[in-house]
Structures are given as structure tokens and as C-alpha cells.
Design a protein around this ligand. Structure first.
Ligand code: ADQ
Length: 498
């Protein structure tokens, strides 16, 4: 087997499956989403394995196992599950991952709960993942680990004798040194990342933040390499870091948007809305997505331009997320209240300014909304990349939509030349941008949209996976391997909180 055909092991917090309980049985379906779509062809072609948590805890039993085996057999690669208890899940997932790393890395340090027990649970669960990976891979091979749930996996894997190559991709932003420094376990986290051979970020800004943190905390010095890569020489080994902006399956979105079913659905939706222009928001319910700021900006647009009343509607789709967390429930309540207030303030007999749906919609419905919308309003306060902005553009097959995009979405680095870029904290500027988008002449719309669509098409998810994997594999020839106890040279003398 040549290097490029080498078996690949992917690791992410969740396995790419959807489990639903039907009475006492389980229905197990293959997952969807960009990562699955990108990895499927590679795993199917070269063989491989996906390691992750199946989505149910140890206490819920193992009735789903036969279904998982079936999905594994159908997909052509193995699915290796990691068993977690309810208690581990709470400390690791709801605790450290989502109440420490998520808010801190998105620039909300005041929302963080820096509890040592969360950090301990995180370590325990990362160790469980490392055990499962090591049991499968032995001492060698190539493993690609994803996202902020698994910073420690490479270090723990090496402690178990693994000597193969490890790569990591962070889907969320990497914070500035000011924010990062607030983390009680900051040196530990950086040292954990420096146990990987290759660390990938979404944007050059994230890479720069990482570099500044590593240098600022005195762990290593970065050397600039080709294609913007950074190289950290740690003596016993070398770590590379780079920006690899994730993409979407552009062709799939464009094809679906052009399909007969979607074209018909667009007609129906347009019929329902009369001649109104549609401004579309599509988000997971999360404080990082800037939903309340967006409502205020829309309200200000209507206030300043009353002539837009009965001419425009904001269609906001929200996917439920972390529904059992009080903070998210409060956000939903406030969002509902604000929608009600704005609708109460501006509605007329036959027109309502905001149409709001709080559910997950199927791919065809989503595609119809993307195609129908004259403006894609994507204004997160911080976002690793933001796939919605790219999906909107790929679905704009008539090329007459305008993307209004937050400068704090990773996507802005690639799409700034065609989008109207805004600071979502600046309500007045966002309102002006929205007005400009709604009233933009057809020629300018097409010119801008064409430019963005080209970027989204060229840097699709396949391009992302291939460029990351090529870099990770290239490194084999250029990098010294870690031997024996040299791994521990870089471990923290005392890992606080453990
Ligand atoms: P997310 O925070 O989940 O991803 P995003 O990139 O916007 O954010 O992806 C959301 C996905 O959910 C999109 O594919 C979208 O189509 C889908 N979606 C949203 N609303 C929906 C609805 N009502 N019905 C159906 N589907 C809906 C994390 C990071 C991002 C990064 C991605 C990928 O937080 O910054 O872009 O990973 O790396």
C-alpha cells in the first residue's frame, strides 16, 4: 500500500451516525454534514475507520450496536465507538468542552466556568478515546483528530506507545492571547496541541493567534514556511501549523438548488410571500451567532426606511441546540420575545416583518430558502468558518443574492471581496449594509455573487480534505519521529487540576 493509499483513521467527538430510539429498538442511520461528505469517499476508497462517541451513554445500554455494525458494513469503513458514562459526558462535553473552551474560544470569557472537575473529566474522556484508537491502530499509522473536544488525544496516544503520525483540525476559532491567557490550563492546552505533527486552523487569523500564544507563553518559536505554514522546532521533533479553510460540497448544493423539486418549492414560497424580498438567517441557536444583534439591526433598517415595510421579510431559521442548558433556554426565550415585539411593532394587516421557524429542515427545503433569498444575512459575533454563508452562495444559482457577512466569521477571509462585510456589534452599520443589500442593483449583485461563488467552488470540502491530508502525509519525509521518553520532555511538569 503506497503512502497516499494508507488507511486513515478519523476521530471526532461524535460518530457520523444518527441514533433514534424506537420503543425498545434503535434505528441507526448514517450521518450527514460536510465532514461526513468529505471523508466518505476517502475512507471508502482507501479503507479506514472513524472513531467517536455514538451519541448514547453507557447507562442507555448497547441495543444500538447491531444497527451501528450495519451502517459500518454499508459505508465500507469501520465505525469504532467510545463508551462514555453520563457523568463523564457531563463533565467533559457540557463542562469543559462547552462551558470552558467554546465560550473562551469564541471571545466570551465571562461565560466560562473554569471548574477543575470539568478539566479532570475532559482528561479522562480523552484518555478513553486514546485507548480505543491505540487498541485499533497499535503503534503506527496515521490518525486525523477533529476539534476542541480532543485536544489531549495525541499526547495520551503517545503515552500509550503510539509512534505514528497525528494531525489535528480545529473547527472553531483560536482566541487572541488576551482571551486565551485567562484559561487556568493554558500551558497544558498548548503543549497538548504541540504533541500533534500537524495542527490545522480555519483561518490565517486563528493561526496567528495560536503562534502568538505559543511564543507569548514561551513554549516555542515559530518559523515561517511556504504557503503560510508555521514550523515549531521542539528539538526532538517538529510541529507544523497552517490555515486550511473548510469548504462545502459546492456541486451538491448547486445541483440541488437547480433541481426540479427545489425550483417548484421556490415558486411556492414566493407565492406565499407575495412580492417581498426575503432576507434569510440560518443558524444553530447559540450566543456566538449574534441572533439578538441581528434582530436589532433589522429593526433599525425598518425604522430608518419605512418604505421597506410590506416589501421585505426576514426569514429566520433556527436549529435547536443544547436545549437542556439553561443559558440556551434563556437565549431562546429572549429571541422569541424580541421577534414578538418587532412583529407587534411593525406588522400590518397582510404583512409580518419576521417569519421564524425553530426546527431543523430537510436539505431540499433549506436549498429552496437559500435560492429564494435576495439577501443572506450571516452575522455571527464569532465563528470558526460558518458554512451557512458558503451554502447560501452555492445555492444562488441565479446569482442575484447578496451576502452580508460578519467580519468575525472565518469565511470573511475568503469572501470579503464579494460580500458586504459588517461588524455585527455595530447595529447601525449592519442596518445600513442590509439596506444597501436590499436595494443593490442587479448588475452589482451578479458581479459580486459570481466572484464569491467561484471562491466557494474552488475551495470546496474536497479541496480542503485533500490539501490537509497532502500536507500531513508530506511531513513524513521531512520530520524526525519522536522516540521513547522524548515525548515527555514536552509534557508539563505538573498538570494542574489533575
Ligand atoms: P456550526 O457551529 O454548527 O459548525 P456552521 O458552520 O454554520 O456552524 O454549520 C451549521 C450547519 O447546520 C450548516 O451546514 C447548516 O446548513 C445547518 N443548518 C443550520 N440551520 C439549519 C436548519 N434549520 N435546518 C437544517 N440544517 C440547518 C462548526 C463551527 C463552524 C464551522 C463548522 C465546520 O462552529 O464555524 O464552519 O463547524 O468546520
Amino acid at each position: 500500500m503506497s503512502d497516499s493509499e494508507e488507511e486513515l483513521t478519523i476521530v471526532s467527538n461524535r460518530l457520523p451516525v444518527v441514533l433514534n430510539r424506537c420503543g425498545t429498538d434503535w434505528q441507526v442511520d448514517p450521518g450527514t454534514g460536510g465532514l461526513v461528505q468529505a471523508m466518505n469517499p476517502i475512507l471508502t476508497e482507501n479503507g479506514g475507520c472513524w472513531v467517536g462517541w455514538p451519541g448514547v451513554t453507557k447507562e442507555e445500554g448497547t441495543g444500538w450496536k447491531p444497527g451501528l455494525e450495519q451502517v459500518s458494513a454499508d459505508s465500507g469503513y469501520e465505525l469504532e465507538h467510545v463508551v462514555l458514562t453520563q457523568e463523564q459526558l457531563e463533565g467533559f462535553y457540557e463542562g469543559y468542552a462547552n462551558s470552558v473552551v467554546w465560550p473562551l474560544f469564541h471571545g466570551f470569557p465571562d461565560r466560562c466556568e473554569f471548574r477543575p472537575q470539568f478539566y479532570r473529566a475532559y482528561g479522562e474522556v480523552n484518555d478513553r478515546f486514546a485507548e480505543v484508537i491505540a487498541a485499533r491502530m497499535g503503534r503506527g499509522g496515521f490518525v486525523w483528530i477533529h476539534d476542541y473536544h480532543l485536544f489531549e488525544a495525541a499526547r495520551r496516544l503517545r503515552q500509550k506507545g503510539f509512534r505514528g503520525r497525528t494531525a489535528f483540525f480545529l473547527h472553531i476559532p483560536f482566541p487572541s492571547v488576551e482571551n486565551f491567557s485567562k484559561l487556568p490550563w493554558r500551558e497544558e492546552l498548548l503543549s497538548d496541541l504541540l504533541h500533534y505533527d500537524l495542527v490545522g486552523f480555519q483561518t490565517r487569523r486563528d493561526l496567528h493567534h495560536f503562534e502568538t500564544c505559543v511564543e507569548g507563553l514561551g513554549l516555542a518559536t515559530a518559523e515561517k514556511r511556504e504557503q503560510g505554514l508555521r514550523r515549531f522546532d521542539l528539538g526532538a521533533r517538529v510541529v507544523e501549523a497552517g490555515a486550511f479553510p473548510i469548504g462545502i460540497d459546492y456541486e451538491d448544493f448547486a445541483r440541488r438548488a437547480r433541481s426540479e423539486t427545489v425550483t417548484q418549492r421556490v415558486e411556492e414560497l414566493r407565492g406565499d410571500l407575495g412580492d417581498c424580498q426575503v432576507v434569510l438567517g440560518v443558524d444553530r441557536l447559540d450566543y456566538s451567532k449574534g441572533l439578538l444583534h441581528r434582530l436589532r439591526a433589522y429593526e433599525q433598517t425598518l425604522e430608518r426606511h419605512p418604505e421597506l415595510c410590506e416589501e421585505v421579510v426576514l426569514f429566520q431559521l433556527v436549529v435547536p441546540s443544547r436545549e437542556n442548558v439553561a443559558e440556551y433556554q434563556a437565549l431562546k426565550e429572549e429571541f422569541d420575545r424580541e421577534v414578538g415585539r418587532i412583529n407587534g411593532r411593525f406588522s400590518t394587516a397582510g404583512w409580518q416583518p419576521i417569519h421564524y421557524r425553530y426546527n431543523r429542515v430537510g436539505p431540499q427545503e433549506l436549498s429552496a430558502m437559500y435560492r429564494m433569498a435576495s439577501v443572506g444575512l450571516v452575522t455571527p459575533l464569532r465563528d470558526g468558518m460558518n458554512l451557512v454563508s458558503k451554502e447560501y452562495c452555492a445555492s444562488q444559482v441565479d446569482e442575484d443574492g447578496v451576502l452580508v457577512l460578519s467580519e468575525f466569521a472565518g469565511a470573511a477571509e475568503q469572501l470579503e471581496r464579494g460580500a458586504i462585510v459588517v461588524n455585527p456589534y455595530d447595529i447601525s452599520q449592519t442596518a445600513q449594509a442590509l439596506y444597501r443589500a436590499i436595494t443593490m442593483p442587479g448588475d452589482e449583485r451578479r458581479q459580486r455573487m459570481r466572484r464569491i461563488r467561484q471562491v466557494v467552488a474552488e475551495s470546496d470540502v474536497y479541496h480542503w480534505a485533500e490539501s490537509f491530508l497532502t500536507r500531513a502525509r508530506l511531513r513524513e519525509e521531512t520530520v524526525q519521529r519522536v522516540v521513547g521518553s522524548e515525548v515527555d520532555k514536552f509534557a508539563m511538569p505538573e498538570r494542574r487540576g489533575l
